[in-house]
Design a protein. Sequence first.
Length: 475
Amino acid sequence: MAPNRGARHRVLVLGGGLSGTLAAAALAPHSDSVVIVERHTLPQTPKPRRGLPQARHAHMLWSGGADAIESLLPGTLEMLLHAGAHRISIPNGMISLSPGGWYRRCWPEAQYLISAGRDLVDWAVRSQALARPGVHLLSAAEPVRLLGTRARITGAVVRHRDGAEEALEADLVVDATGRSSRAPQWLAELGIPAVPETVVDAGVTYASRRYKAPVDTAGWPVINVQADARLPMAGTAGTILPIEGGEWMVSLSGTRGGEPTSDEAQFAAFARRLRSPLIAEYLARAEPRGPVTIARNTANRRRHYEKAHLNGFIALGDSSTALNPLYGHGMSAAAQGALALRDLCTGGNIAAKGFARRAQRAIARPAAAAWLLALGQDAAFPHAVGKKPGFADRLAAGYINRLITTACSDFTVVEALTDVMTLQARATALAHPQVLLAAIRGPRLPPLGGPALTPAEEAVLLGRPATAPSPGGSE
């Protein structure tokens, strides 16, 4: 994509994580210089880094996000797969217990996901973005305040490791510092009115652990036992993701009142208390690699920057919309937001008055879709804090529950739900006449009595040698 040669602009990106590097990739073709400010020193390889505690938990890069990343940074998916990530077909590459029952696995591919450790995903995106002309990384520098006035943000002050402060001027500042963003405080210091904020918190706690898989993970499915928000109890869930290095990333979660702990002896016991003991049965055949790690900062928090009148400043990723990680939409929503930012820049002037507000609205659209998916579930859990579901919300939830139950035996509904869940389609796809008719008709087959496993997947449970299974179970 040809850059806009009409002006020479400087962009300042605060935060060198996934959102920040994707923002840099989006803006580089339209800027003379993009400086990424990161408070920590970033590794040159796919190793853990400071400032990213969520990397120790399961992450799914849905096809909507993967396609956006590939559009921004061509070759990234090939880089990930070459490094050991897995491309998993949906729905036939998932063993999934939904609130409506076990999904069948005899359908053709509707979408896909990329399964990998978060450190690997961040490294691949970071490597690609930093290779772009004009993109520079300023590490070991912490943003401490914004420059400018109520009329326009003109840069930021950063503090280096030796304590010295430096003012960095810019035509556009992007806040990608994540959940802990201090941008609301910085904007208030400039006299800018507070941005409206919405929070819904189901009190989800995560416990995660890596395991050496008892089988070659190439071709191995995602195993997922979902919570059921309709039950009058805490919602518990679990996921096994095959990742690089022949390992499984296992994450267990529980809402307020049913949280897992960091006790290693209780990890498998918690998995056995899920709506199905399948995950615990597989863990009995695997070898733990490292301790159990905990995450509790999982509230859905949306800062409505798209409603503010800001010039020279935008927020991307968790800085604007932080989502419960349970649904795996954070990376994909950020990637689609960055893609929307790039598309808006085409033929435009990033320093023009009103650009930041238009950009924030464009970024907000994919984030809003993921937000609605998360809130539709989280607000219904017992003891959830924040916005309560109204009549329209309960009506929509009833329809979604009908679709989920029907999807266990109807590919039309499976495909529509999968397109929406992977952020490849808007929620309006669920109101398509064919989908409505399928929902009215309801399930076409009796529910499965258990998970649809291949012979190879069953062999692992029995402790027998098994080769990597091909996608698709017995039904």
